[in-house]
Design a protein around this ligand. Structure first.
Ligand code: ZN
Length: 381
């Protein structure tokens, strides 16, 4: 492929060789006007072009040799990257030879055409790759981030996100395509789309599951705080079964132990998982824990109401005798009804305790049911 730069001069040259040489010179330099020049003028133009257009940095070429995470490097990519380097070496050599006073344009351009198998489109493709090489190198850090992010990200239940993930995987399996700016843009765009959707999903699941405690608004939207307070007060009734409240507190402690206050959105910008290693799909038990708390609260309250309703007549008669004010009478009436409760106050519990003290016998009978063992907190809590 190297050829002899001087050999061309001894060959018989016709107008067609000259036209062809000028044509390749014009393509190489990207200057159509060269096609209308004399061979001597064209030679000067080619050398002037070469002086400023063949200076691809060695570091760019080195990056093209090992540019991608190892598992993404394919023979096809390496071949494409290598052809850029080989083409550059070859053209540089042709230019060096052409720089000799005796060298002529036809010989040099014949060698150039031969290198690209007389296929103009190959030369144009090489030129485009060479022009784009620094952009490709500049894109590599973003690609490395994207590849690592995809590899470490967790599955999501969203079909659209999983489709994008699979599309990105297909693109990564053909890395030679990334030598084209258009393909890199397509990848970047899809990855941005994936990352945004993934962060929204992960962040919401994280907030919903492991960032409840300490987030007052979220806590209130999750745990029925009024019902919890009612259960706490009812558990203060004499002889009350406290196992419901204990169960609620045990779940609460367990939820608290799994809470995470890290700035998860900031973390997700760089890494697809919070440092607490929260896995949205693997934390269903934790996600359900607040529901279980609310269930235990409701069961506890139902239990106390059912016990107290059995002594309803005694309580109502006592409230009349004690001339209880409307405010507290309403709380106790709602408690004894089957309708919705209203928030209890400590004084209402004090009143109920006073009634129970006066009718210990009746309430002790009821207390056997009241003290029945509530479901235990599971061992893993
Ligand atoms: Zn976290």
């Amino acid at each position: 492929m190297q050829g002899d730069p001087g050999r061309g001069e001894s060959q018989v040259r016709g107008p067609s060789e000259e036209r062809l040489a000028l044509r390749w010179a014009a393509l190489l330099c990207g200057q159509e006007s060269i096609a209308g020049l004399s061979l001597h003028a064209a030679k000067n133009q080619i050398l002037a072009w070469a002086a400023t257009n063949l200076d691809i940095q060695p570091s760019v070429l080195a990056a093209m040799r090992q540019p991608l995470p190892e598992h993404l490097v394919t023979t096809r990519f390496l071949h494409a990257a290598r052809s850029l380097e080989v083409g550059l070496e070859h053209i540089k050599q042709i230019m060096l030879d052409l720089n000799r006073p005796e060298a002529d344009c036809i010989g040099a351009m014949t060698r150039l055409a031969r290198h690209f198998q007389s296929d103009e489109s190959r030369l144009l493709e090489w030129k485009e790759r060479a022009r784009d090489a620094p952009q490709f190198q500049g894109w590599l850090p973003a690609f490395r981030h994207a590849a690592a992010y995809l590899e470490n990200s967790l599955p999501t239940p969203f079909e659209r996100l999983e489709e994008i993930r699979s599309e990105l995987g297909k693109m990564c399996a053909e890395p030679h395509r990334f030598l084209e700016a258009r393909e890199r843009e397509r990848f970047n765009h899809s990855f941005d789309d994936f990352k945004k959707g993934y962060i929204d999903y992960y962040f919401a699941a994280h907030e919903d599951t492991v960032h409840i405690v300490g987030n007052q608004e979220r806590m209130e939207s999750k745990v029925d705080a009024v019902a919890l307070r009612n259960l706490e007060l009812l558990s203060d009734i004499n002889h009350a079964d406290r196992s419901y409240l204990n169960r609620v507190r045990a779940i609460g402690r367990w939820v608290q132990a799994h809470q995470c206050n890290l700035p998860v959105r900031e973390i997700l910008a760089f890494h697809p998982r919070c440092y607490c290693d929260f896995n949205p799909m693997g934390s269903r038990h934790l996600a359900e824990s607040v529901n279980q708390m609310n269930d235990a609260i409701r069961q506890g309250i139902d239990h106390f109401r059912s016990i107290l309703r059995r002594s309803k007549m005694i309580i109502i008669q006592e409230l009349r005798d004690m001339r209880i004010d409307d405010h507290h009478a309403k709380q106790i009436a709602a408690l004894l009804s089957r309708g919705p409760m209203i928030p209890l106050k400590q004084q209402s519990i004090d009143i109920l305790n006073a009634v129970i003290r006066r009718h210990t016998g009746s309430f002790l009978t009821a207390d056997h049911r009241l003290a029945a063992v509530a479901p235990d907190v599971p061992a893993d809590w």
